[in-house]
Design a protein around this ligand. Structure first.
Ligand code: ATP
Ligand code: MG
Length: 577
């Protein structure tokens, strides 16, 4: 394409609302423009990258045996009522009514629609397994849209859904998608890792997130340095410590102490001159409307997802002052497990503690020398806290490492969550009615593109990995007023087009410096500079965006040379599966 004809509005200004580099560069490189909060338009350059990614995804999905469909974005409330999510999905679900007063939502995900489709058309085991996917727009009314297309409200997603006759077969479908995802992100040239993850509101039993490594990532991951264990911080397990034998004769007498206006762990620690490790923190949560006390060592943090999963709760939040007062008889800051009427659950970190400090469920009082068994009873110890860098691997006790990343894909084993609620059944070999076993698999399209930029940029702009680059080559004549230069540039441009090379011809009447700056900013992997001096020798300069390396080639050899580099780089990222 001729640059002079392109709709490619680049800019030098860093947009004030763009916190992360990918957001800044996507705006500056003329890839996207914001319409309203969390809603973006893709301009031609940005959309080409999207299509490159979609193409890789399609190839790998098709190779894995999935078939492409296209489902509606507008979905009737009835389907969501059947699955139970109309009530549970919360405010991210954008709901509206039509002129007949029927209720609908904009699809944030498509489990309901696909399940209703499959249950109507798949009747027997002979029609299974099936894996259907689409690349389509989703709408999620995120509380805080941010980071450009990385966390927005309207975004493209590849979502796939598998239907199987039993767990074993469903496991195979999951494995296939797991492999396909590895291939996709490898082909994009990304540094990533699949990690164990929580299933969130989509539900299901088992899931992996695909994380692209990036300092700016919203997610934290834990890796084991010894074995293959890797998990999202939300999900990362803490191994149950071996319980030491505690003798009751070590228990000191329970003591109520006056602690006026002393509430937080820091305040209690300073006031009573004890270490935070000697205090047990009691947090009151509101789990589906019921208060519940969670006990944890004073220097540790509660992982709300673990608490939610342990309780099997749909909604979990810290209790309001009012609920705390009602549950404990005291205002916030004085809760404890002794003489409390609500359910108490207790983290592993408390397992070996004796003679600890807790709130006394009485304003301005704490207890000293509290002991499990003597002063209060518990149902069980559980893993309820956030892992820390000092925690060892829950599988092999190896050292762990914390890294930040961006979740670009997510694969779930759904089991029968939707198929049971929505009656997606089939007749097995013996004519018995059985429930289908499902899986679902998503990739954020825009988010993956943004993540690729987070991994591939320098101070001058984007450095596209070849497989995602909007164009592979940019031809830069340094002066368009020199006839020889322009003639050589035109010829080269035409030969490259004829060879099917994706090329931009910077035919603008701009200074060379401006052209170089734009080419760097938009991140085209290969630049061919045509200048008077080299041209006199019949040469042009090939500059590699990523390494800055440059070399002269004759006009005769340059096209083949470029073709070779492109082929090498596109192929070198294809994973062997
Ligand atoms: P997150 O925890 O980041 O909100 P999620 O767990 O809600 O993500 P899924 O429901 O698993 O996401 O959706 C599949 C994929 O869609 C994600 O892996 C991500 O790449 C993408 N995605 C999800 N929410 C957004 C969003 N608000 N903007 C852009 N992409 C998104
Ligand atoms: Mg989300």
């Amino acid at each position: 394409m001729r640059y002079s004809e392109m709709f490619l509005p680049t800019g030098r200004e860093v947009p004030s609302d763009a916190e992360v580099i990918s957001h800044q560069l996507m705006i500056r490189a003329g890839m996207i423009r914001k319409l309203i909060s969390g809603i973006y338009s893709y301009l031609p350059l940005g959309y080409r990258v999207i299509r490159k990614l979609e193409q890789i995804i399609r190839e790998e999905m098709n190779k894995a045996g999935a078939q492409e469909v296209h489902l509606p974005m507008v979905q009737p409330a009835e389907l969501w009522q059947e699955s139970g999510r109309w009530v549970h999905y919360g405010k991210e679900l954008l709901r509206f009514r039509d002129r007949h007063d029927h209720e609908y939502c904009l699809g944030p995900t498509h489990e309901e629609v696909i399940t209703s489709l499959v249950r109507n058309d798949v009747k027997t085991y002979r029609q299974l397994p099936r894996n259907l996917y689409q690349i389509q727009t989703k709408f999620r009314d995120e509380v805080r849209p941010r980071f450009g297309v990385m966390r927005c409200r309207e975004f493209g997603m590849k979502d796939a859904y598998s239907f199987d006759v039993d767990e074993e077969s469903a496991g195979k479908s999951y494995e296939k998608m797991f492999t396909a995802y590895n291939n996709i992100f490898n082909r994009c040239g990304l540094k990533f890792r699949p990690v164990e993850a929580d299933s969130g509101s989509i539900g299901g039993k088992y899931s992996h997130e695909f994380m692209v490594m990036a300092e700016s990532g919203e997610d934290a991951m834990v890796f084991c340095e010894k074995c293959s264990y890797a998990a999202n911080l939300e999900k990362a397990e803490v191994a149950c410590p071996e319980k030491k034998i505690i003798y009751e004769y070590d228990f000191l007498p329970l003591e109520e102490v006056h602690t006026p206006d002393v509430r937080t762990i820091e305040e209690v620690s300073a006031f009573l001159k004890v270490m935070p490790q000697d205090i047990v923190k009691t947090l009151i949560f509101n789990a589906d409307g019921q208060p519940c006390a969670v006990l944890i060592r004073g220097d540790q943090e509660v992982n709300e997802i673990k608490v939610k999963n342990y309780l099997g709760a749909t909604e979990l939040e810290l209790a309001s002052d009012e609920m705390i007062l009602k549950a404990t008889g005291a205002p916030r800051g004085f809760a404890g497990p002794v003489n409390i009427e609500v359910r108490v659950i207790i983290d592993y970190s408390v397992i070996d503690m004796v003679n600890f400090v807790t709130g006394a469920n009485k304003e301005n009082y704490h207890f000293k020398n509290v002991n499990i068994g003597r002063d209060f009873n518990i149902e069980a110890f559980a893993d309820l806290r956030i892992v820390e860098p000092t925690d060892n691997c829950p599988r092999c006790e190896g050292n762990t490492q914390f890294v930040r990343g961006i979740e670009v894909g997510h694969v779930f084993k759904l089991g029968t969550k939707y198929s049971k609620a929505m009656k997606a059944e089939y007749l097995d070999k013996d004519g018995q009615e059985k429930i289908m076993i499902m899986g679902c698999y998503g990739i954020g399209i825009g988010r993956t593109v943004a993540a690729a930029i987070e991994q591939n940029y320098d101070e001058n702009g984007i450095v596209w990995p070849m497989p995602l680059a909007p164009y592979h080559v940019i031809i830069t004549p340094v002066n368009i007023n020199e006839k020889d230069i322009m003639k050589a540039a035109e010829n080269l441009y035409n030969s490259m087009l004829a060879e099917g090379i994706e090329v931009i011809f910077d035919d603008r009447d701009e200074r060379a410096g401006v052209k170089f700056k734009d080419a760097d900013l938009i991140g085209i992997p290969l630049r061919i500079i045509i200048g008077q001096k080299n041209l006199l020798q019949g040469n042009v300069e090939l500059k590699i965006r990523k390494t800055g390396e440059n070399k002269l080639y004759s006009l005769q050899e340059i096209v083949q040379q470029v073709k070779q580099v492109i082929a090498q780089e596109v192929n070198s990222t294809i994973a062997v599966s």
